[in-house]
Each structure stands twice: as structure tokens, then as C-alpha cells.
Design a protein around this ligand. Structure first.
Ligand code: GLP
Length: 241
């Protein structure tokens, strides 16, 4: 696992956005795994600007998002689908028919998990998986647990996660459940780019880099991935030895 420390979230966005655009320019039919949250936004802004300047096209790209809330209409302003449309998809030439999300309202989660896994496989697997990290070390919505998961599943969100995300829910209570790609799904990506900025991620980053591989800190599994890179700012790196 490589660790790269930057002066600012902006620089991280440029570096990660550049890597993704270069990959898509070399592989127009790329399959990208995408994340929500505020940390990936500078990279999405960089990508949108590259598209606006005519330096990249996403017309043949397929995407899979990590997770989605349960019990929330897909078009609700706080769904992760809406987040991606607002922050990236509406600003580039991606075909929304090639955009994939887990259905948070699926009655049969097992079947939905199988459907997603088969769709990822049919797309040739994820070439580049972009990740953020939760304050408690979660990736996607793989919360601290006593085991690593494999394929997508339904998860009860922790208080820490609800606290961090409920600020955005002003019209309805924040969902308590979500569906997320599992650790196995994430680890099967060919390349992983994790972005983390700010003091609030320093402990999770320290545990990920310096701690043991444990499902208590889900991101620690990335140490076992052949091509995972952490892009962090000085605040997120502030507890590293
Ligand atoms: C949510 C998402 C994660 C994201 C995390 C951190 O829990 N499910 O994918 O990494 O929030 O978000 P932020 O980047 O806003 O700190």
C-alpha cells in the first residue's frame, strides 16, 4: 500500500482526477468504482473541468457506486445517486444507462447483491476503485465489525456514521440502513485509490497504515491489496509516526 501526502485537498483532487482521466483516455471503456462523501469532490471537480475542456470523454465508461441508503427514493436529494448526478454525472458525458447503484429499496437483498456482483463481472471487473474513509475506518459502508464481508449486503449504520451524515437530512430522518459493496467486492478492483483529508480521519488513517489488518478497522484490509494508494493531506497524516 502506497501512501502519498499532499499539502491540500485540492492537490489530492488534481492528482486523483488526473490518474482517472489518464486511465479513461487510454481505456475509453473503463469500469470505475466511485464513492460519495465530500472527500472525493475535488477529484470530481477536476474530472468535470477536464471534460469541459474537451480533454476526456466518459461516453463509453461504466461506473459502479459503492453504496446507497435504504428506504430512500433513488431521486431523493440525499440519495447517493443524486449526490453523484449533482457532483459528477451532470457535468460529464457519461451515459446514465452505464451508471450502476445498489438498489437500497430491494426487497431481496441477497438477490440484489448477486445481481450487482454479476453486473460487475460482466463489465470485466472494476479497473479503478475510488474510496473515501469514514472516521471509524469504514470503506463504503463496511462498518467496523468482527468479520470482513465479501459481496454486497445490507448494513445497520453506526452512530458515528449517522452523526457524520445526518447533517444533510433536513426534511426526513436519516436512514438507519444502507446497502454496500462488501470488502471482497472492493478488493477485487484492479487498482484502489483512497482519499482522506482532515483531522477527523487521522486516527482511521493511522490505524489503517500502522495497525494490524482487522475488520475492526475495515480500511486496514487495503494493506493486502496489490495496488492500493492512499492520498492524504497533512491533517489526515498528523498521527502517523
Ligand atoms: C460515507 C460513505 C463513504 C465515505 C464516508 C466519508 O459513509 N458511505 O463512502 O467514504 O462517508 O465521507 P466524507 O468523505 O464526506 O468524510
Amino acid at each position: 500500500m502506497d501512501v502519498r501526502i499532499f499539502d491540500s485537498a485540492e492537490r489530492i483532487g488534481q492528482e486523483v482526477g488526473r490518474l482517472i482521466c489518464d486511465y479513461v483516455n487510454s481505456n475509453p471503456e473503463a469500469c470505475l468504482g466511485l464513492a460519495t462523501g465530500m472527500t472525493p469532490v475535488p477529484a470530481y471537480n477536476y474530472i468535470a473541468n477536464e471534460y469541459a475542456c474537451g480533454r476526456v470523454s466518459f461516453a463509453k465508461v461504466t461506473t459502479f457506486n459503492l453504496d446507497e441508503y435504504c428506504d430512500l427514493p433513488k431521486e431523493h436529494k440525499n440519495s447517493f445517486y443524486s449526490f453523484m448526478v449533482d457532483n459528477l454525472f451532470s457535468k460529464i458525458d457519461i451515459d446514465l444507462g452505464n451508471v450502476n447503484f445498489l438498489d437500497g429499496n430491494a426487497q431481496d437483498v441477497e438477490a440484489e447483491s448477486k445481481r450487482y456482483a454479476e453486473k460487475i463481472k460482466a463489465a470485466g471487473g472494476i479497473d479503478i476503485q475510488l474510496l473515501g474513509i469514514g472516521r471509524n475506518g469504514h470503506i463504503g459502508f463496511n462498518e467496523p465489525s468482527d468479520k470482513f464481508t465479501d459481496e454486497a449486503f445490507k448494513v445497520k449504520l453506526t452512530d458515528s456514521t449517522i452523526e457524520a451524515n445526518s447533517v444533510f437530512f433536513d426534511d426526513i430522518p436519516m436512514p438507519r440502513w444502507a446497502v454496500t459493496m462488501g470488502i471482497g467486492s472492493i478488493m477485487r478492483a484492479k487498482k484502489i485509490l483512497l482519499v482522506a483529508t482532515g483531522e477527523s480521519k487521522a486516527q482511521a488513517i493511522k490505524n489503517t497504515i500502522e495497525g494490524e489488518v482487522t475488520p475492526e478497522n475495515p480500511a486496514s484490509i487495503l494493506k493486502q491489496h496489490p495496488d492500493a494508494t492512499l492520498f492524504i493531506d497533512k491533517a489526515a497524516a498528523s498521527l502517523l509516526k
